[in-house]
Design a protein. Structure first.
Lengths: 251, 274
């Protein structure tokens, strides 16, 4: 089975959102980077499927040159090769991102059986790149999945719907978008990291079409930075906590 | 302006979306019968005579609008909190950041960020027909055996983070949650470590809670965690670090070692309830 997993480099935000002076981006000078959590599970799932059934896992990202770091992380946990659609570092909207991915998929010599995406990116949260790619390629798509069971010609999937699970099936090839909780992703091993350095990674420069959802500026919502009322320190605070619980009507 | 708003019966978020849609123009609230089939339903939605198509920022709302956007070749603004002409304000990072963006083209396609608008009456709901086009649809619904109180709907959530230290450490969190008739939650660090199942995770990529009280024990308060916790009316933080970011969003705090504080609260609760 040939599986493509699409991932996005995002900052690890920590406890506070700080913006650049022009309010166009998060200030990332002091931040590390990772991929969106849903996508960590997508990569893990792809690697497990190929470990069990054979095939190839290709991991693709659209982002700045530094996103090679995230692709190498994916190669370190078992993906076979990487594709970096290299931007100048600017934000791309969902339509432009999907179009670039579609072009890269069409440029592959062999077709993919499964195309996996995170349900939504951690940062922009547009909920649409996977669906747009599916439409452009004429493939079926199922989203928001916490279980995937690929067979020979079809894939069975499950989506949580508040106290129940909805079951879908799609013929292969198909696009699936997944959620964290699908599996527990492994950590890369040291030999895995060493192997990842040798694995093939293709860089293709890409330039954006004009954004149709055009970012103007970012802001941090009000409501942060309130002063918590300190009820006390240590076990001695218990009576005050219980008084509060009673006052709030929860005890 | 002609506005079509997709709604689901008995859904709070749909009621909020309809209210928001009415601020744009004259609204037709529409729904579908039968098994959920997103691509087919979206085809029908895309064919409506509309200047704007709106849905709730729910799993289904975001999914349907993405299909509509792909079908008509227009941008979609997900989780919008405000709109003025063609400029939307929308949530990024699960609501930890806001973005102002120009939404080009017509029809305007957008979903309404949950719990940012008052609910409105749905009014008259028109049922649309969608032809089964063979695209994936819900084949079966498997009901979960109800194992206690759901995290999403619990009135009280007692949650543990890295500070709990181990899977076994959650015994005191479970005890307090049990005494309060609440649910147990946790942070992403905890599920990544395998101490608790992902279904217990509160956060941007876990469950977004709406409790009356959230008790955060040994949780530093990363933004992705707060994105899931901020729906709680009140937050009580129990933390040894007075500089922890959770204190900037908490209403109340107890400073110190949760391993002493949490059992002491349970003991005191038992004593007063005698």
């Amino acid at each position: 089975m040939r599986i493509l997993v699409c991932v996005k480099r995002v900052p690890i935000t920590g406890g506070k959102m700080v913006l650049t002076a022009d309010a166009q981006a998060l200030e990332t000078k002091h931040l590390g980077f990772t991929i969106s959590p849903h996508e960590e599970c997508a990569v893990e799932e792809a690697v497990r499927i190929v470990e069990a059934a054979g095939g190839e896992v290709v991991v693709l990202t659209l982002g700045p040159g530094e996103a090679e770091e995230q692709l190498r992380d994916c190669l370190a946990i078992g993906a076979d090769r990487g594709i970096l659609l290299e931007t100048a570092g600017e934000d791309w909207d969902a339509q432009a991102t999907a179009a670039a991915i579609v072009e890269a998929v069409r440029g592959e010599t062999e077709a993919f059986d499964l195309l996996l995406f995170g349900n939504e990116s951690a940062d922009a949260g547009g909920y649409q790149v996977g669906i747009r790619v599916a439409h452009a390629l004429g493939l079926p798509v199922v989203t928001g999945l916490k279980k995937i069971e690929p067979g020979e010609a079809r894939v069975r999937c499950e989506r949580d719907v508040g106290g129940a699970r909805d079951v879908y099936e799609a013929p292969l090839p198909a696009v699936l978008t997944v959620l964290e909780g699908l599996n527990l992703p492994r950590y890369p091993s040291v030999p895995g990291r060493l192997r990842a350095k040798q694995k093939p990674l293709a860089r293709t420069p890409v330039s954006p079409a004009g954004a149709q959802l055009e970012k103007l500026r970012l802001s941090v919502p009000a409501g942060q930075g309130k002063e918590a009322e300190i009820l006390g320190e240590g076990a001695a605070a218990a009576p005050r906590v219980v008084a509060l619980l009673q006052e709030l009507g929860v005890a | 302006m002609k506005v079509v708003c997709f709604v689901e019966a008995g859904d709070d978020l749909s009621a909020q979306a309809v209210g928001f849609a009415r601020s744009l123009g004259e609204v037709r609230a529409v729904a579908f019968d039968g098994a959920y089939q997103p691509a087919a339903w979206a085809k029908t939605l895309a064919a409506q005579d509309a200047d704007a198509i709106v849905a709730a920022g729910s799993d289904r709302g975001n999914e349907l609008l993405a299909h509509v956007g792909a079908l008509v070749g227009q941008p979609v603004a997900a989780n919008v909190t405000a709109i003025a002409g063609d400029v939307v304000t929308r949530q990024r990072w699960g609501g930890s950041l806001l973005e102002e963006a120009r939404l080009h083209g017509s029809p305007q396609l957008l979903t309404v960020a949950p719990h940012t608008q008052p609910a409105a009456e749905l009014g008259e709901v028109e049922t649309l027909l969608a032809e089964d086009d063979g695209s994936p649809k819900v084949l079966e619904r498997i009901e979960e055996s109800s194992g206690g109180i759901s995290l999403r709907d619990a009135k009280v959530v007692v949650s543990g983070g890295r500070g709990v230290g181990s899977a076994e450490g959650f015994a005191i969190i479970e005890e307090l949650a049990g005494l309060l008739g609440g649910a147990v939650g946790c942070s992403r660090v905890v599920t990544s470590a395998g101490w608790r199942p992902h279904t217990d995770q509160v956060g941007q990529t876990g469950t977004k809670i709406s409790a009356d009280l959230y008790v955060a024990c040994g949780i530093s308060g990363a933004t992705q965690h707060i994105a899931g916790a901020k729906g709680a009316k009140r937050i009580l933080a129990i933390n040894s670090d007075p500089e922890a970011p959770i204190l900037a969003v908490a209403d109340y705090a107890v400073l110190g070692d949760l391993h002493e504080i949490v059992p002491a609260i349970s003991t005191e609760l038992r004593r007063v309830s005698g």
